[in-house]
Write a protein that binds this ligand. Structure first.
Ligand code: SME
Length: 156
């Protein structure tokens, strides 16, 4: 496909509906994981302009920073630590409306106010997480969860 993203306007659902087939096209025929994670992070950042969008991958017993868009971030997170480590431990999506109220939240930046972390599974095994941070409180809801879970399920 052309490398230009078509940025949709409108409500959140409209934006995701426009983005989904474009992400699918970006992933089609590309088996390289780093390339695919990098393009997903870039596409999400371009469409929604969130503060930070990126991946942490499980390597041995830690989450290790992967492709991302946004300010520099912590490189390693242990299981159960922060929102990312909690999503890994629970194997479940976590939405945090106010990161200051999440016990153990890892503050990579004081500008981050709310967060959603989506676990990534392959053949029933958790491989990593998608982490999205917003500079606004309560930026994420069930719509984000549904669509971001669909997006990570597309990773070949
Ligand atoms: N806040 C995350 C750490 C990663 S950064 O936000 C990029 C957490 O508590 O897991």
């Amino acid at each position: 496909m052309a490398e230009d993203l078509n940025i949709a306007k409108g409500d959140k659902k409209t934006q995701y509906e426009s983005l989904l087939p474009q992400i699918e096209a970006l992933l089609t025929g590309e088996p390289n994981l780093v390339a695919n994670l990098a393009n997903i992070a870039a596409a999400l950042k371009e469409q929604f302009n969130w503060f930070w969008v990126g991946f942490y991958w499980i390597i041995e017993d830690e989450l290790v920073l992967g492709p991302f868009q946004g300010p520099v971030a912590c490189t390693r997170i242990k299981k159960g630590r922060g929102v990312c480590g909690a999503a890994w431990e629970r194997s479940a999506t976590i939405i945090v409306d106010d990161v200051e109220k999440f016990p153990g939240h890892i503050a990579c930046s004081s500008l981050s106010k709310s967060e959603i972390v989506i676990p990534i599974f392959k053949d029933g095994k958790i491989l990593g997480v998608l982490d999205v941070d917003s500079s606004e409180l309560a930026a994420f809801d069930a719509t984000d969860q549904v669509y971001l879970e669909k997006i990570v399920a597309m990773i070949p």
